[in-house]
Design a protein around this ligand. Structure first.
Ligand code: DOR
Ligand code: ZN
Length: 366
């Protein structure tokens, strides 16, 4: 039976939310071998300031970090919280944040473009008001949710164009040209255009990839309307999934890494729509391993295991300057059952169960 021993890894894009369910979400990360996380700031209220002493009416990184630690996050070696870029973000906030040691990254959300993105502002506004310039100067990473906002109909999603594709063709090249040294993570990329953009950019531009975008296409979503697979950016087409798969299985891959975008929702489908986000806490390494083997890679083979390790454990850590933990966990080729996550009040359906997949071909020993 194949056993792959890996160093504990960092999930460099996850939603831990707020309130009493945080403990369960954090435990799910620990259960899947995470040594640390990059926890997204689209909480309610959003994490829109760095320091508690700042009078603005947002949560601070300082405060949210405290909540994470309190909810069991003291088990993490690392917890990075990006600052949510809002209309109130200033150059001074970046400078003071850098000095405090609390600010390592900022998150761009397209206005109203996804869950709790109502505080986002157009990326162009941060190009003009000095914020991105200050981030470039101070080595603060920009985490980008790369979708055009305010699009409708064919422009939003069509066989030839969509919100992500147009963002990577039009907005991102402008950003790269204006701020050539800015460290950028193209988050949860889903299209061939985004993959190409990362490939042709310098070492300062990298990307995170989710399990769902490596495993599924929009066909899986619409056939039977499997709303547990509804996340943003949407799963795309075969050529896009193929570009993502080729990028992560490249033996020379240093730029593409794991960031699950695991996003728990206690209510997914509502009367007038669906909350965006797939929950993959506890099972992401198993899902990534499954996706890797959908290519011509066989994880019984040592070289393939090294490629997988670079994606899951090394590339992202290197980009953020995080230490590779000595502690390890095992990924074993043995069937495991997928369970619902029970929290105090509700239960969260993990993505495979939402797709009627009750087992996975891998088991974790952490
Ligand atoms: O699918 C998503 N869910 N995409 C996002 O950008 C946000 C996330 C969430 O917070 O649920
Ligand atoms: Zn996210």
């Amino acid at each position: 039976m194949t056993t792959i021993t890996l160093p504990l890894w960092y999930d460099l894009h996850v939603h831990l939310r707020q309130g009493e369910n945080m403990n369960a979400y954090i435990q799910a990360q620990i259960d899947m071998g995470c040594a640390g996380v990059l926890a997204m700031p689209n909480t309610k209220p959003p994490v829109g300031k760095v320091l508690d002493s700042d009078p603005l009416d947002y949560w601070s990184i300082e405060y949210y970090l405290h909540q994470i630690v309190h909810a069991g996050g003291d088990a993490f070696k690392v917890a990075i919280i990006p600052l949510y870029l809002t209309k109130d973000t200033t150059v001074q906030m970046i400078e003071n944040g850098k000095r405090s040691g609390l600010l390592r990254a900022c998150k761009y959300y397209p206005p109203h473009g996804t869950t709790n993105a109502d505080h986002g502002c157009p990326l162009e506004s941060f190009m003009d008001n000095g914020v991105l310039h200050a981030m470039e100067e101070h080595g603060i990473v920009l985490c980008v949710h790369g979708e055009d906002h305010g699009l409708s109909g064919v422009d939003y999603f069509d066989a030839t164009t969509n919100a992500e594709k147009s963002f990577y063709l039009k907005v991102m090249p402008k950003l790269r040209e204006k701020f050539p040294n800015l460290k950028i993570v193209c988050e949860h990329i889903t299209t061939k255009e985004a993959v190409d953009f990362v490939h042709i950019s310098g070492k300062n531009i990298v990307a995170s990839v989710t399990p769902q975008h490596l495993l599924f296409t929009v066909g899986h979503l619409v056939q039977g309307l499997k709303y547990h697979l509804y996340c943003l950016p949407l799963v795309k087409f075969e050529a896009d999934r193929d570009a993502l798969r080729q990028a992560v299985i490249d033996p020379y891959n240093t730029k593409f890494f794991a960031g699950t975008d695991s996003a728990p929702h206690t209510t997914k489908a509502t009367e007038c729509g669906c909350a965006a986000g797939c929950f993959t806490g506890g099972i992401a390494p198993q899902l990534y391993a499954t996706a890797f083997e959908k290519t011509n890679l066989n994880l019984d083979d040592r070289l393939s295991q090294e490629i997988f390790e670079r994606f899951l454990c090394l590339n992202g850590a290197h980009f953020y300057g995080l230490p590779i933990p000595d502690k390890t966990f095992d990924l074993v080729r043995e069937e495991s059952v997928v369970n619902v996550l029970n929290t105090k009040a509700e239960s969260i359906v993990p993505l495979p169960l939402g797709l009627n997949m009750t087992t996975l071909p891998w088991t974790l020993n952490v």
